[in-house]
Design a protein around this ligand. Structure first.
Ligand code: URA
Length: 188
């Protein structure tokens, strides 16, 4: 297992898949690595690729706004990153080769952070974290305990722009995250 700085450098110099050739910036992750709450998305989009920061575009701003309303603040309360650290062109879903190449970096991040709570944002994160038997519409909002860590899949915030009716369920899920965070606060 690499330490934080070594891991960052390794990601920066990574050559394990094709995404390296088209991306502008590697997007490692952001927030408080000492917090035990972690959000995991799919891959950087155009804004994230341009700025080298996760979840700063339209979907990211919506997520951040919801979390801030619950007094969950990125720099203080959670860490956020993605399955893939580089942007797939035209925001396509990363393929399995790309995701599998990048997953050891995420696993290393998880090993360093030791989260008590992991939120999978969307079906790609859910698939690579929980496995392929899970379905976002059926299983979102459920808490799944694995090795003492509580994992919850929910919609990707970008999905809320395509289907407004998901907003209310997403908001319910964020409130459930906040309750779990408060409940575990003393153990965190
Ligand atoms: N979508 C993601 O899954 N991750 C980001 O960082 C931005 C948009």
């Amino acid at each position: 297992m690499l330490k934080w700085k070594e891991l960052y450098d390794e990601c920066l110099n990574c050559n394990k898949c094709e995404l390296k050739n088209s991306r502008n910036n590697m997007v490692f992750g952001e927030g408080n690595p000492r917090s035990r709450l972690m959000f995991i998305g799919e891959a950087p989009g155009a804004d994230e690729d341009r700025l080298g920061r996760p979840f700063v575009g339209r979907a990211g701003m919506l997520l951040t706004k919801g979390l801030t309303a619950l007094d969950l603040i990125r720099e203080r309360d959670y860490y956020i990153c993605n399955i893939c650290k580089c942007r797939p062109e035209n925001n396509r879903t990363p393929n399995e080769v790309e995701a599998e190449a990048c997953l050891p970096y995420l696993r290393n991040q998880v090993a360093l952070i030791k989260p008590k709570i992991i939120i999978c944002l969307g079906s790609t994160a859910m698939k690579y974290i929980l496995g392929s038997d899970w379905r976002i519409t059926r299983d979102r909002g459920k808490w799944i305990e694995r090795k003492g860590c509580y994992i919850m899949p929910t919609f990707h915030p970008a999905a809320l722009f395509r289907d407004e009716s998901k907003k209310i369920l997403f908001w319910q899920d964020l409130k459930s995250v906040k309750r779990k965070f408060d409940e575990l606060r003393n153990d965190l």
